[in-house]
Design a protein around this ligand. Structure first.
Ligand code: LCS
Length: 393
């Protein structure tokens, strides 16, 4: 059956383009490193591309391919490239697109290591970078130089929950011949489809919503068309950052419930955000589903819903934040996000600890910022946990 025209939730269950001889209901785990050729001629054809038979699991594997096809379909893309982690996806993109002397422009509040990889490693090979506040796209235009090649956007940004207007970015990228790359980890394809808004490449840390069960680390890159796809795929293969079949199976399993997980955690997050906004100990809150979010209208325009990540600060600053986090009982005091369990963390000292202090402050990653990834527990229990910890501050 052609699954292209199915609705999103139906695709999660029936997509992925896999069929086997036994009519398996799920995609089997092809736990093999290599594949035997039927003949010498067939082997040569696989290598020349005349045949699309499988060769070797670092290059391609049936379980992995089913996952790649499915996520690409969910993002309305050409095809997918699964990687061993979200950071492997980031590195594959940088390495395939940037030459010595090239310049990349990015959101200043991106996930810390996405920025650190450029500023601390690619800088050694002569790659230049500028990090700007992309909530105002005029800042992007101002940062463009003759050697600018890539515009790298994360929206909502981790952990500030600032949004960037993707349609406007696509216009700028087109005008200045930049490749527009979007990190869609915070939304998943259920809430936002960057390729439909004009991006060339979208990628995910599948560790988060796509897998959703805090038991896999993985990444995925999807392109809009074949030329960039082939370039990125070749880089993934030669650098050996492939996902393995077992991990792919787990992600395929987690993915089946993506829409119900996102809907449920988002419904909880809206209630949690209302609770936090009204609480006297809370100094500020940033959640795209609240009218107080400065880009509430943009969220309505480019996202199907506000998601389940919230950032907020307490009136007592960093000291109050520490006391609050030490008194949380139900939520896990842990990094990562987008799973069924509620997770809470302190970005300035955890996920973004290695970003220099000045850059952190400029990007809005203040010492009092607490990031909450709301899970699918009973919302009354999540709120009771927060209420109890806030009372201790
Ligand atoms: N992009 C975003 C937006 C992320 O949040 C992360 C990980 C990555 C890329 C990298 O993915 P990974 O290699 O971990 O699969 N974010 C994390 C976080 O906020 N806490 O722990 C990891």
């Amino acid at each position: 059956m052609n699954t292209k025209n199915l609705g999103f939730s139906s695709k999660l269950i029936h997509g992925g383009e896999h069929k086997d001889a036994f009519g398996s209901a799920t995609v089997p785990i092809y736990q093999t490193s290599t594949f035997a050729f039927a003949s010498a001629e067939e082997g040569a054809k696989c290598f020349s591309g005349e045949s699309d038979g499988f060769i070797y699991t670092r290059i391609e594997n049936p379980t992995v391919k089913a996952l790649e096809k499915l996520v690409a379909d969910l993002e309305n893309g050409y095809d997918g490239i699964a990687t061993s982690s979200g950071m492997a996806a980031v590195n594959t993109i940088y390495m395939a697109l940037l030459n010595a002397g090239d310049h990349i422009i990015s959101t200043d509040a991106v996930y810390g290591p996405s920025r650190g990889l450029i500023e601390n490693q690619y800088s050694r090979f002569g790659v230049e970078s500028t990090y700007v506040n992309t909530t105002d796209v005029a800042n992007i235009e101002k940062a463009i130089k003759p050697n600018s090649k890539v515009l790298f956007i994360e929206t909502p940004a981790n952990p500030t929950m600032d949004l960037t207007n993707l349609k406007e970015c696509a216009k700028i990228a087109k005008k200045h011949n930049l490749i527009l790359v979007v990190d869609n980890t915070f939304c998943s394809p259920y809430l936002q489809k960057p390729l439909d808004l004009g991006a060339d490449i979208v990628f995910h840390s599948m560790t988060k919503f796509i897998n959703g069960h805090a038991d896999v680390v993985a990444g995925m890159i999807i392109t809009k068309e074949a030329t960039l796809y082939n370039k990125l795929r070749a880089m993934m293969i030669i650098t050996g950052c492939n996902i393995d079949p077992h991990q792919s199976y787990l992600v395929l399993r987690g993915l089946k419930t993506l829409s119900i997980r996102v809907k449920e955690s988002q419904s909880n997050a809206k209630k949690v955000a209302d609770f936090l906004e009204a609480h006297p100990a809370v100094a500020w809150i940033k959640y795209p589903g609240l009218k107080s979010h400065p880009q509430y209208e943009l969220a309505l325009e480019q996202m199907k819903g506000p998601g389940s990540l919230i950032s907020f600060g307490l009136k007592g600053g960093f000291e109050a934040a520490k006391k609050f986090l030490d008194n949380i009982q139900l939520a896990l005091l842990a990094v990562s996000l987008g799973g069924v369990e509620t997770l809470i963390q302190h970005p300035a000292s955890m996920t973004h600890a290695k970003v220099p202090k000045e850059a952190k402050l400029k990007a809005g990653i203040t010492d009092d910022l607490i990031r909450l990834s709301v899970g699918i527990e009973d919302v009354e229990d999540i709120i009771a946990d927060l209420e109890h910890a806030l009372a201790k501050v």
